[in-house]
Design a protein around this ligand. Sequence first.
Ligand code: ATP
Ligand code: MG
Length: 570
Amino acid sequence: MNPSNPEGPPTTAGPSNFVRDIIIDDLKSNKFGGRVHTRFPPEPNGYLHIGHAKSICLNFGLADEFGGKTNLRFDDTNPSKEETEYVDSIMENVHWLGFEWDGLFYASDYFGQLYEWALKMIREGKAYVCDLSAEEVRLTRGTLTEPGKESPYRNRPVEENLDLFERMKAGEFADGARTLRAKVDMASPNLNMRDPVMYRILHADHHRTGDKWCIYPMYDYAHGQSDSIEGITHSICTLEFEDHRPLYDWYVEALGIYHPQQIEFDRLNITYTLLSKRKLLTLVQEGRVRGWDDPRMPTLAGIRRRGYPPEAIRNFCGAIGVSKTNGTIELGLLEHHVREDLNRRAPRAMAVLRPLRVVIDNYPEGQTEEMEAVNNPEDASAGTRLVPFSRVLYIEQDDFREVPPPKYFRLSPGKEVRLRYGYFITCTGVVKDEKGDVVEIHCTYDPATHGGNAPDGRKVKSTIHWVSAAHAIEAEVRMYDNLFLKEDPNETEEGQDFTANLNPHSLEILSDAKLEPSLANARAGDRFQFERLGYFSVDPDSAGGTLVFNRTAGLKDTWAKIEQRAKGKK
Ligand code: ATP
Ligand code: MG
């Protein structure tokens, strides 16, 4: 499917894609001796998000399909931003998505080897120590139309380079005082090839190597060689690395080591969603959300807490496919896959989020009946349960109007509706408080309509849900809306940043919800469909005693609507 054309049909899984085709060709030509070995290489500087899920599904999925292997490798070359908390969360998230890595590695495992290789490059005249400052390196780099200027240190004798590089490593120089640069080509049309920096001085503690090193390899110098060391066959990354591929290739060729194939695919973008760790970190640090796992966050920790099943994420990633051009996927498509999965699996329950008391005047006081309710109409094996019915119930405030607008078929004075799995009731009166707000309504029921059907065949236009007041359990329900108001959260007025597009109403807390008693045993992570309302999952905060539910998704499928509209146009 064309990701920039949301009106195209959402394809199902269709695992065929150009990356897979390359692998099939390589298997045919025996390029890597019949091996398929991929890797997922996160930098542990934040939590994984749904964009990473696309990369994970692709890398692990392809290896699985061809009987290959996938490594998890932490690209931990930047000590100042990396933390063990992120390493732990990344491992947990990959497992949660349903994948198991073969090798677990850290780029920092290779610091020693990378250093040896740097010495080799210096000896062979392929690298030099440069005394220009970062700013000077930038200024002499040239532009897309002009070549760069060679560093005055470019032709330093090998011995001097070796001496200086060893002293850089020994900690003799201040941060930024010198760098090690590859001697490639200052006139290359590709700016990445203009004597890129290989090592910089940084006196910083590393989450794994502590203070052992005060020089750190740059990403481009570390990445391809890490792939090479691990025997990766297909190094799959996002399109912004396409211009880095010549450098990737140059390093492994210059070192004469095993050469993996880098392949670039399109980065996932989703409407109303930010997929940048740096910006997500800002949201966390500024307290705009409750943490990395806030259910409004597009992090895997966040959507997991929100109730998105890992199967739905995998299906979504299969459906969007991979391509060679960047586009943006409709948020509705992700939600569509969440609903599709939950519709099949989530047990149904009745819950009233904004309660209105209903008294059924002709129902015997003190009587309780157990009404049989279907657990999942999509799954007969899920069976039925009993829901208590009594004289005083709660219904949604929204399901009653004292003065019904046109086409309002739910409850209003004189009107009859069906209580799901209950009886037909007719509204006979309302009770108001001193402000004039309706606080209670009175009804009568028809005992002949037990279970929700009238023996005389008369119809009602509406069926509403309810909870027996005497049996209800209390809960807090957290309703979520998009975190951003704009389709592209990065589109801002001058002088503003993406936080200006935050939706002030992305979280609404309903603290007076009433649930049917069967939900008393629900545990953190359990998912339900609250009839007529949507999908909800139990939040870990429930451990405190009060049940807390997150709204995972509403019932309305905006994606299905988009599809229908598209069909209508054809
Ligand atoms: P960010 O810019 O959010 O920090 P990143 O690319 O720097 O993202 P990494 O930890 O380096 O984050 O990403 C690990 C892997 O996941 C990389 O191979 C990267 O290409 C891939 N990845 C990251 N974001 C996306 C995305 N939005 N869509 C697809 N793949 C992604
Ligand atoms: Mg990156």
